[in-house]
Write a protein that binds this ligand. Sequence first.
Ligand SMILES: [Mg+2]
Length: 293
Amino acid sequence: MRTLFIVNPKSGMDIAAPLRRQLLDAVSADPSADAHVLTRAGEATSIAEAAVRQGYERIVVAAGDGTLNEVVNGIGDSDVQLGLVPLGTGNVLASELGLSPDSLQRSLDVLRAGKIRRIDLGQAGTTRFLLMAGFGFDAEVVQSVPTRAKGVFGKLAYAPNLVRESVRCRPSEFKLTLDGGKVLHTQAYNVVVCNCACYGPDFRLAPDVRTDDGLLDVLVFRKEPAMKLKFLVWLSQSLIKGTTEISGVECYQSSSVRVHASPVVKMQLDGDVRGESGIDIKVLPNALSLIVP
Ligand SMILES: [Mg+2]
């Protein structure tokens, strides 16, 4: 299968650099594979579009969730297969799939075996997402972290920003319209529309979220006494111990949701701020062929 590896030389921690070199060596030894090393932010979407036009059957992203998001937006409705070598900082999708970022060999074995899973995508306005669209608190935290460290709350780098933003955070009056019908009015700090269960590496926001049920899970972190404190305790415990339960979070399933907030809040898609509230979100069922373990 003609495969293009899209490699982001800027993503990941120190461990990523030698793995990237090994990967590029492996690609150059494979006559059916090519590599494109990204040279600027935002380039991955147009590279993926071009790869589809050029007839590549597989695109493998050797980077983190931000580059994955760009590639998914470049693939569009084509049936190209998407593979993953997790070399980012957060690697949330890799965590969802059980792919460890420190084993290049395992990632290559998964690609070689070529098992495909069709998964849903989300779309906010015209931009697609793999993991989640977050409104309010989490988007503020993402925005406040200066590096392109991905994974939302996956790294301790976020900890000081988490605390600062949680002190600063004010609830918004959200109006959520589910499936074009049911309307919810609620005061909330954060609304997260999930396509995947994982929210950070080894950190499941909502264990019951399925990527292939044709539905999005809408989580509402309501304004209620001590919610900020509960949220921080829950985040710390989740980072240390994996999944824990949090009370006071409402969950709704729908195939579309219109998100309005007053005052307007920022929106993050897959860990990057990409807009604000006042937007329509929908599920794209079975929209992506993902190469999985
Ligand atoms: Mg789902």
